[in-house]
Design a protein around this ligand. Structure first.
Ligand code: ASN
Ligand code: ZN
Ligand code: CA
Length: 330
């Protein structure tokens, strides 16, 4: 039956969580009828097809260990559930496509595949090196599904300035989904991929307070930014989001230390991440298009902040100061 059931998931990265399922004993199904029918399947090492939808006898899923096939499914399903709830409850968006339809998530793609991706219609996750750390952490799931939101809204290109805006948008909303989850095992931070140990030494993939800490991303916008891989040209907008949210200077949030400085030497307070995300969502969904530049992002965000909070508001000033703080000129 299609009635929503509440399952218990023993995840890899987020502890024991509640997940939306359906069906009934002994055939519960990892399909969430309360969230557009989001469902999660096992590719079992394959690289094509729909995979096999996870089922379970007692609606208690996974063990918390990667060796159990359901575990990665729990994390992926939980990530899709959080992403659905974040966009719905915070931005009034009804699913990735804003049409009430959920999406499939596929886990156990290929062998030791160290990536995850949105392909326009569905999510796919590899199991990571050694097949021991699937790329199913909350921020990664939120990042990838936000590529779907970007595609359905501004449809930003994946090259030039727009490529950086595209990637950073996924980092911004992946991060906001992580904060929204308020999960004690995977706390909100301004780091990307801190749970999946992709570098093998425990360091995250990206740092929003100072993107250059990854050795390749840029902190400040220049006329050369658009020539970089989108995962590095995202740096300035990630830095903007941190500065707009938290301001300049040293800060500890959920036990993580940050120290962010502006590119132009100014110091200022942040307007809070909820405000910065609201402004950026409005910018993405009403101001930008495929060829948008960092200058378009600045103008769009300032106009969005004016519409939301008023021209003279502290919020509008903070958004503007943070764009000047990443060297995007007026
Ligand atoms: N996981 C990568 C990303 O979302 C896939 C890609 O390179 N597009 O950025
Ligand atoms: Zn991405
Ligand atoms: Ca994170």
């Amino acid at each position: 039956d299609d009635e929503v059931k509440t399952g218990t998931g023993k995840s890899m990265y987020a502890g024991t969580v509640t997940i939306g399922t359906s069906g009934s004993a002994p055939n519960f199904v990892m399909k969430d009828t309360s969230r557009g029918g989001n469902y999660t399947t096992d590719l079992n090492g394959g690289s094509s097809g729909a995979g096999t939808t996870f089922t379970d006898a007692d609606n208690i899923w996974g063990t918390g260990a990667a060796s159990n096939r359901q575990t990665a499914g729990v994390d992926a399903h939980y990530g899709s559930q959080l992403t659905w709830d974040y966009y719905k409850n915070v931005h009034g968006r009804n699913g990735i496509f804003n049409n009430g339809q959920g999406a499939r998530s596929r886990v156990h793609y290929g062998n030791a595949y160290v990536n995850a991706f949105w392909d326009g219609t569905q999510m796919t996750y590899g199991d990571g090196s050694g097949n021991t750390h699937p790329l199913t952490a909350i921020d990664v799931a939120g990042h990838e599904m936000s590529h779907g939101v970007t595609e359905a809204t501004a449809n930003l290109n994946y090259s030039g300035d727009a490529g950086g805006l595209n990637e950073a948008t996924s980092d911004i909303f992946g991060t906001m989904v992580e904060f929204y989850a308020n999960n004690a095992s995977d706390v909100g931070d301004y780091l990307i991929g801190e749970k999946i140990n992709i570098n093998g030494n425990g360091t995250p993939l990206r740092y929003m307070d100072k993107p250059s800490k990854d050795g390749r991303s840029k902190d400040c916008w220049t006329t050369s930014t658009g020539g970089l891989d989108p995962h590095y040209s995202s740096g300035p907008l990630n830095h903007w989001f941190y500065l707009a949210s938290e301001g300049t200077g040293a800060k500890t949030i959920n036990g993580v230390n940050y120290n962010s400085t502006s590119c132009n030497g100014t110091t200022f307070a942040g307007v809070g991440r909820d405000v910065a995300a609201k402004v950026w969502y409005r910018t993405l969904s009403t101001k930008l298009s495929s060829g948008s530049t960092y200058k378009d992002a600045r103008n769009g965000a300032i106009n969005s902040a004016k519409e939301l909070y008023g021209a003279g508001s502290a919020q509008c000033k903070g958004i503007q100061a943070a764009f000047s703080g990443i060297s995007v000129p007026a």
